[in-house]
Design a protein around this ligand. Sequence first.
Ligand code: NAG
Ligand code: NAG
Ligand code: NAG
Length: 360
Amino acid sequence: MTPLLLALLSTASAASLWVPTTPQTPKPYAIKNGHGLPLGGGNTFPVTGNSSGGAFCILNTNAAGSFSVSPGLFPHVHRKTYENFYAVKGRVQLWGQNVDSFRANTSIQTTRVLSQGDIGAIPPNTIHTFTLLEPDTQLTGVLVPGGFEEFFFAMAVNPNPGAGGLPGAGGFDMEGLAKWDVYPELAFTARRDVVNGKAGPGNWYDGPNALPGNMDAPIWVAKNYGPKWLSEEGGRYQIVAPFVRGVETNGTFSQGTITISEQRGPVGKVKSEVATAFMLEEGELEVRVEGFDAVRLVWGDVVFVPGGVGFEYEAKAQFTKFMYVTGGGKGLDWELIQKGRTWNSAFFPRGQSGGRMMRI
Ligand SMILES: *[C@@H]1O[C@H](CO)[C@@H](O)[C@H](O)[C@H]1NC(C)=O
Ligand SMILES: *[C@@H]1O[C@H](CO)[C@@H](O)[C@H](O)[C@H]1NC(C)=O
Ligand SMILES: *[C@@H]1O[C@H](CO)[C@@H](O)[C@H](O)[C@H]1NC(C)=O
């Protein structure tokens, strides 16, 4: 073959980013909605500790809820693992309270009914339990660091580890659970007095949800009621709406949404030191990762990019939105926030020649 033909071939076919299931070692990949390592019971893992180099795991639970508001699981604490509960479809009720202040009786238990786009963040040492409430519910869990999912797979093989069993804990043995970072807190009684989707202090669709800058209590953010920043870099508008940042996670990860306008200029390249994952929520997104063919994501598709790998992304539909997770407090969202400005609207500027005219 002539060198020219070889060169043409190598530019014409980079590797495909799509994978049929979650890789067992960290690499860039894209995975279709509903695919990923299956656990059974409607649970799939598009990102695992193995696939993210230990950074985080993403667990999608697609299941029917019940009409009862009893928690589906005994209340428990993780001492090392941070666990975020994001409602993607349907409704999920989540309860939470810091374990130390619960035992000292110095805090008040909170619960929220999460509907599409709402999040409850459960820092380590927070008692929590939850239940799904609608026939077609999707709960997307983010667990940090990655690797906690080994517990779910061990449970699937042997639901009652250890001997004995704990009353009210479905036969689970306390010591058997501790090695998985699961500590039952059976003295906790989930409150049942929800009004307008909430019980316990804090706003819920009736005022802003400021981020606390610490890990002292559950963090609740109703869709679009958290803080937002507008970036005008890279030829488009991006609204960053974090659920948790490095200051809420001791620098271990961040999560939130980014809403993007159609492209008006050259796209800026991203190269983050930490892992980045996107899950598409609205519109259509093209993602181009160094060394791979471009992919177009639709609803529920996930892209994972390890730290140090360059990539670009571009909205192919107006008002494209994705949920992001980054493997440290200073990822893509942090970069955009540094260069952006605070912003109060869920919409980017919609002036005829791009929002600059509207800035007074
Ligand atoms: C992660 O990798 C380890 C080592 O190869 C393996 O034993 C384990 O089953 C993997 N976990 C999952 C959830 O795939
Ligand atoms: C906890 O504190 C509340 C109010 O501060 C009080 O009414 C309640 O009796 C206390 N409970 C216990 C078990 O001490
Ligand atoms: C925060 O992270 C540092 C290490 O980066 C660790 O030493 C410290 O114990 C962590 N603090 C909490 C509250 O987890």
